[in-house]
Structures are given as structure tokens and as C-alpha cells.
Design a binder for this molecule. Structure first.
Ligand code: SF4
Ligand code: SF4
Length: 347
């Protein structure tokens, strides 16, 4: 497994990182098997979060005798110094360790003020001073905040969504991080499940030596696939370039990434899934989304009051209510073509 330096941290991480959000969905025993299989395959970089329920605990259990051989990044969304330090104490206990390699602010609404002695940033610095954290980072979905965070030189790493669907403007982050020697961790390399061709998604990001994608992993076969690709990285051939262009054309630029930052919706619409339904129906087993439960979920779109809450929180500036209505029309049509009639009447 190829290893590279993560920006100025000097940490030598596997170019294939392990995203530990999906292990929330499996048992502790299964998570241990998956994590150790990844470790035995050469993956040494594991990214989790305080907010991923028992993900940290599972990492702690799986690696209790291997702590010094792995690099752990976690993240938390505390808004003050005290909140960060309190949350970090919980994380360390869960992870069965007395330090994390990288502690990231988890998608803060705005960049913290470095001169504020009680800010979340002060919490990171204090944790670093006490040896509880080696390096500090930030995660964001907002391009402007990503750029600001790099140029502020406040952080050692940046975690930002990057995939073959990223716009040219977003991809410029790669060069900027290189210039400032900031470790760049790519979240959502499969764009929240919209990309289903792992070879294509992998090859695209492999071009960028300073990008460390964290692949959300929940099965051993997914590790095998990604390790195989890491050991035999495919060239970006003319055919792959053509397929990348096709993917970009099909999804366009105004599509929901499924990040969930617009939630909760007062009308209880599961926006992060519903706003991608057109693609989920065509890119994953569609029957899972035509169940009576999903029909009910999709029909909640009719209860949208246009309150604007989702629009104001979407980091991609999407006009979410319009997208949802389009998704519902498509859903009803798709279901009809599969022989399922969904009541079209407005409530
Ligand atoms: S605008 Fe509609 S979809 Fe968006 S949060 Fe409000 S009710 Fe929910
Ligand atoms: S509408 Fe925007 S904020 Fe909501 S899930 Fe989609 S991309 Fe994320």
C-alpha cells in the first residue's frame, strides 16, 4: 500500500484512507474484522467522528493493541473551547487512547476566530498543547470556507468533498493545498453514493498525489476492491476520460450531494435522500426505494411549506424545494413505469 506525507503534518498515511462512518451499521465483531482486514491490507489511516455514534468505540476495540501503528483522525462540532475539550475526553475514552493524530472541527458554520480565547479553535490548540492531539484540521463543504481555512494557516489539514463530479473551481483546492502544504483529505469520493463505478471514481482521484480519499467502508469485499485498485492504479485512459465526461453530463452541477446539512426539515422530508431520488432509482437497486415506506416519505414533499430553511443551509446553494418537487414528479413516473400507481392528488 503506497504511503504519502499528509501535508505538513509529516504523518505518512496510506493513500487509501478508511472512512469509518459506515461501520456504525455493523456489529462490534464485524467492525473489528473489517477494520483489522483493512489494517492487514496496509491501510493505516482511519477517519471517524464524535458524531458517528459508536464508530470511535469500534475503532478503539479493534485497534487496542495496535494504537501506535495507526493514524486516527476524528472530528467534533463543539462551538467553544470547553465543548471541544469535553468532547475530546469522550472520544479518547471511546478510542481507548490518550491522543488522536488529527482532531478536526466538524463542519463549523463559520471559521472560528483565532483571537477568541474561548473559541473552538482555542480548544483545539489547548488539546494540542496538552498532547491530546498531534495535529489540527477542519472539515467543510463550503468552498469559500475551505479556501479561507487554507489561507488562514490555522489548520494542518482540510477535509473537503472531492470526486470526479467536483467542479473545476472545487478542484482548484488541490493546488492551493499543495501550495500551502496543507494535508488534503477527500470526503465523499463516491459523492454520497451517486457514483457507482468505483474504478472510475478511484482513478480520477488517484491522479492527485496530495489527495487522500477516505472511502466509506462497511464490507470486506469493498476493502479488497479498493486495495486491488491501490496496488494496480488504473491509468486515466481516453475511455475513462469519456466515461467521466458522461457521468458529469448526466448529473449536471446542481445535484444534491446527500450531506444532510439542510436537515431537519419541519415537514419531515428526508431531504438528503429524497433530493437525489432520481439518481438513486437509476444507480442502485430501485426496489429498495419503491417500498410503501419510501412512497410515504416521497409524498411528504407535498407538505413542503417553502420555509426556506433547507435552502439557507445548503452549502451548494441548491434550490432544494424545486429539486424535491422535480424528484417527486420523476418518482411517480418511474413507479408508474414499474406498475406502481402512486396517488397524484395534492394534499
Ligand atoms: S423549504 Fe420545504 S423542504 Fe425545505 S426545509 Fe422547508 S419544508 Fe422542508
Ligand atoms: S440539499 Fe444541499 S444541504 Fe441538503 S443534503 Fe442536498 S446537498 Fe446537502
Amino acid at each position: 500500500m503506497r504511503r504519502v506525507f499528509l501535508g505538513k503534518t509529516g504523518l505518512k498515511v496510506s493513500r487509501t484512507g478508511f472512512g469509518a462512518l459506515p461501520i456504525q451499521r455493523v456489529s462490534i465483531q464485524t467492525a473489528s474484522k473489517i477494520l483489522n482486514f483493512a489494517y492487514d491490507s496496509g491501510i493505516n489511516f482511519f477517519d471517524t467522528a464524535r458524531g458517528y455514534s459508536d464508530s470511535e468505540k469500534k475503532i478503539g476495540i479493534a485497534f487496542k493493541n495496535k494504537r501506535h501503528n495507526i493514524i486516527i483522525a476524528t472530528k467534533m462540532s463543539g462551538k467553544t473551547k470547553k465543548e471541544i475539550l469535553d468532547l475530546l475526553c469522550i472520544s479518547l475514552k471511546q478510542l481507548k487512547t490518550d491522543y488522536v493524530d488529527i482532531l478536526q472541527l466538524h463542519n463549523p458554520e463559520t471559521l472560528p476566530d483565532p483571537s477568541d480565547e474561548n473559541s473552538s479553535y482555542a480548544g483545539l490548540k489547548e488539546a494540542q498543547k496538552k498532547g491530546m492531539v498531534r495535529f489540527i484540521g477542519i472539515t467543510t463543504h463550503k468552498l469559500q470556507d475551505a479556501k479561507k481555512s487554507i489561507k488562514s494557516c490555522m489548520f494542518d489539514t482540510l477535509q473537503y468533498p472531492l470526486s470526479l463530479l467536483s467542479s473545476d473551481k472545487e478542484l482548484r483546492i488541490i493546488d492551493i493545498c499543495q501550495k500551502y502544504n496543507i494535508g488534503l483529505i477527500a470526503m465523499k469520493p463516491l459523492c454520497g453514493g451517486l457514483l457507482t463505478d468505483i474504478n472510475l471514481a478511484f482513478s480520477f482521484l488517484w491522479q492527485f498525489e496530495n489527495v487522500i480519499p477516505i472511502w466509506g467502508i462497511q464490507r470486506i469485499k469493498e476493502i479488497k476492491q479498493i486495495v486491488e485498485l491501490s496496488e494496480n492504479p488504473p491509468e486515466i485512459s481516453a475511455d475513462l476520460k469519456k466515461r467521466i465526461r458522461q457521468e458529469r453530463k448526466e448529473l449536471g452541477s446542481s445535484f444534491c450531494r446527500g450531506c444532510g446539512y439542510c436537515l431537519p426539515c419541519p415537514a419531515e422530508i428526508p431531504i438528503s435522500m429524497a433530493a437525489r431520488m432520481k439518481f438513486l432509482l437509476r444507480r442502485s437497486p430501485y426496489k429498495n426505494f419503491l417500498t410503501p415506506q419510501w412512497q410515504e416519505n416521497m409524498l411528504k414533499i407535498r407538505n413542503c411549506t417553502n420555509c426556506g430553511s433547507c435552502k439557507s443551509k445548503c452549502p451548494y446553494n441548491l434550490d432544494t424545494p424545486i429539486i424535491l418537487k422535480d424528484m417527486l414528479d420523476d418518482y411517480i413516473e418511474f413507479a408508474r413505469n414499474k406498475g406502481i400507481i402512486i396517488n397524484r392528488r395534492e394534499k
